[in-house]
Design a protein around this ligand. Structure first.
Ligand SMILES: [Zn+2]
Length: 434
């Protein structure tokens, strides 16, 4: 057995208590063997003076959108999508998606994320980039049928299932798949009726955007006479094990449906604030017992993929929304970014415990903005940044050591992505703006 130890750090355990411990990892199996004193592996990561946490879980994103970072800011969702994002996305080639994904993977590894859930197109390119990076992911081809000719719409839904079937278990099992209709209003009901039972027969979950804006909810009520989550439950679009992103505008009946049916919610506070979509009622969802994960959404509506920023946003806006400084507290936010996301994605991750996957991040604590070290959970949410991460480990393999990514060529990827974004601007007739 080949082992790795992460030694001498403060370890954030499953109950979010801190202890000075070593973590012993089986590198081949990619699992945590033991957490305790005086554990030494064949190889060692020195975590003295640092904080060892579970690798963070970004449960909703569109990683290739890093190429569109800064392309359209300061617009509401509807205009942002229709005027800017969808037109430029129609020019994206598979190679663009690969390059944008690589750029995102660098950013994710550097900021301590080890698992992400991605909905986009040309998803085989996202899978290829993820495989090389060593990260873990749940991937799905985004399905949109509204406004398309019948053949194109059907083929889009078919592609969603084909990708899910082909790539489930890819990258030595680090990649799992889901069926991902974009949202209730962008997919015709007939495709939900035909393709969702087929996805369930494959044993994969369903992931959609839901109740993101008021307009979104009103449109569903007008078309179907009920709210989106009500419709999703009624038509078996979402059930136990499935998960929805956003859920900003959910009423008490929809919160009950989410809780009683075991449907997970992925909170994306930065995207919701930037697009002025609204504030999700996170404290109410928590009180009802809904499992909540955290997501950055794409880099065009955030504009980064740093889950530390997202944790801070979740806590701040959660308090503002609940009009209570004790609402959406630090412990609950760290849970969302770790064990909550892992539960939603059905991955045995999110805690530093024996038997679980060896996905870890180590933060350096010797920084002015982290001094003095008091409650580490509070520090993670209110003061830490992605750039404080020093080492990242996924599936027992070291992806970043001493801030150097070992699986990807960071400087080459940044240069390639920058040139690719310039080229994309040229293809759509835009001049580069400096
Ligand atoms: Zn999204």
């Amino acid at each position: 057995m080949n082992t790795l130890s992460v030694t001498g750090g403060r370890v954030l355990r499953g109950d979010l208590a801190l202890e000075f411990s070593d973590v012993l990892i089986d590198v081949e199996k990619g699992v945590i063997l033991e957490v305790g004193k005086s554990l030494r592996g064949d190889e060692e990561i020195d975590a003295r003076g640092g904080l060892v946490i579970p690798g963070l879980v970004n449960a909703h994103t569109h990683i290739a959108m890093t190429l569109l970072r800064g392309y359209s800011d300061d617009k509401p969702l509807d205009k942002w999508l229709k005027e800017d994002i969808w037109p430029i996305e129609s020019h994206l080639t598979p190679e663009d998606v690969y390059i944008g994904s690589q750029l995102a993977l660098v950013e994710l590894i550097k900021s301590g994320t080890t698992t992400f859930c991605d909905m986009y197109f040309h998803m085989s390119e996202v899978a290829r980039a993820t495989d090389t990076s060593g990260m873990r992911a749940v991937l799905g081809q985004g399905v949109v049928t509204v406004g398309k000719k019948k053949n194109d719409a059907y083929s889009d839904a078919e592609k969603g299932l084909e990708f899910a079937e082909e790539y489930n278990g890819f990258a030595d099992g680090r990649i799992k798949t889901a069926f991902m209709p974009h949202s209730i209003n962008t997919v015709d009901l007939e495709y939900f009726e035909e393709h969702i039972p087929r996805a369930r027969a494959m044993g994969i979950p369903i992931h959609i955007h839901a109740n993101e804006t008021l307009e979104d909810v009103e449109k569903t009520i007008k078309l179907h006479g009920m709210r989106p989550i009500e419709l999703a439950a009624e038509c078996n679009i979402l059930t136990s094990g499935d998960f929805a992103a956003h859920c900003v505008h959910v009423d008490s009946n929809e919160i009950d449906i989410l809780a009683s049916n075991g449907i997970g919610v992925v909170h994306c506070p930065a995207s919701n604030m930037k697009l002025a979509s609204g504030i999700a009622p996170i404290q109410k969802l928590q009180d009802a017992g809904v499992t909540i994960g955290l997501g950055t959404d794409g880099a065009a509506s955030n504009n980064d993929l740093d889950l530390f920023g997202e944790m801070r946003d979740a806590a701040m806006v959660g308090k503002l929304s609940a009009k209570s400084a004790s609402a959406v507290n630090a412990t609950s936010v760290v849970s969302m970014a770790t064990v909550g996301g892992a539960k939603i994605l059905d991955i045995p991750a999110g805690r530093v415990e024996p038997g679980l996957v060896a996905d870890l991040a180590v933060l350096g604590l010797e920084a002015a903005h982290l001094t003095p070290v008091r409650k580490c959970v509070d520090l993670l949410v209110y003061a830490a940044k992605g750039s404080d991460v020093v080492h990242t480990i996924c599936d027992g393999k070291v992806l970043m050591k001493d801030k150097e990514i070992l699986t990807l060529d960071e400087s080459k990827i940044i240069a390639t992505a920058s040139a690719c974004a310039d080229d994309l601007n040229g293809r759509i007739g835009n001049k580069r703006v400096i």
